[in-house]
Design a protein around this ligand. Sequence first.
Ligand code: PLP
Length: 435
Amino acid sequence: MTAISPAPIAPAFTNAELAAVRADFPLLGVAVNGHPLVYLDSGATSQKPRSVIDVERDYYETENAAVHRGAHTLAALATERFEDARATVARFVGARADEIVWTSNATEAINLVAYAIGNATAGRGGTAAERFRLAPGDEIVVTELEHHANLIPWQELAARTGAVLRFIPVDDAGALRMDEAARLIGPRTRILAFTHVSNVLGSVTPVGELVELAREVGALTVLDACQSAPHLSLDLAALGVDFAAFSGHKMLGPTGIGVLYGRRELLNALPPFLTGGSMITTVTMESAEYLPAPQRFEAGTQRVSQAIALATAVDYLQSVGVERIAQHEARLGARLVEGLARIPGVTVLGPAVGEHRVGLATFDVAGVHSHDVGQFLDDRGIAVRVGHHCAQPLHRRLGRVSSTRASAYLYTTDDEVDAFLAGVVAATAFFGVSA
Ligand code: PLP
């Protein structure tokens, strides 16, 4: 096979622009173990710009109140900020504001859909919810790429309803077997849940083809957009998925806020998951009627400062430019993969050099546990993720117990990637790795 050298990706930022971005992130200036921090764990959680940190404090200092409840001025102000934040996030992902439900994270968003479908199957939600009801033998299809957050909720739903969980396998390189997808998705398929970008391999899933296969058989689609919303320009309406989930903390926002997107008519037909205050119209001692979406899924006192801060994070991403960020990361991803592939004893998992991936690279060092690699790099101030990255089945399929992942973001520099690569070279020498 002839090796094809990928065309180099042009820098998206000048050095001065990148330095200005980095100056907005206070934590990037800290030292770790006596070295300047090299933060290559943004796939787990991103660092936060000062505007995001400040807006939460400002909110508590000047506007804090419970939303959708009080008649007083502060409550009205807080409600306005909260709903404006929803509109900002909705625009960012190509959705309407009433299609955005706040959750604590993507994990909760996916569980919300799965539990609500379980509630529909148990007879809740009246005739509107009939389209969600599962019968024993109906099929829920996921992929072998999934993070546990988009696997276990479906295992649980299958166990509760008698549905059968099936999965689209990957090949030896971790690419989704689309021939198998076409074979597996059939008349009994009711739900197809899949990741947009693999958190382990950085590969991008063919969403359009999968949505088409699901549509042909009338199945609902649930997209795990955790690793795409922060890194790629996302238009959920154009992608045509029915539901999608992502977390604020991976896209410069705070922890404690996530998003469930659902097509409006579906959200309004789905019975609630959590029930209680703020999601009802009328309550008697015997029963309750629910508000339309999104409020029917937002029971209890809401995460107002986090929602406002997530909208501030979105503003920040847009001010830098989502397309530029994607280009910057694609370039860093290529630098990571090309650099790692040259180190004897190192195997990069996932797409080959030159194939499309976001700015992350996951690798195995022959004969060395990822925890030892991570510890060695940490001694040099380099933060990476080690372990199975909440994707045990994928690791098992690829014949690995664990791996090491370096993930970049808009603030990552070429010099940091090079420091990391030098660290991996030093680790292979230290542990006596041979090719
Ligand atoms: N899905 C993917 C692809 C992820 O990478 C993650 C987090 O790493 C999740 C889901 C879960 O996100 P959270 O822990 O924020 O709910």
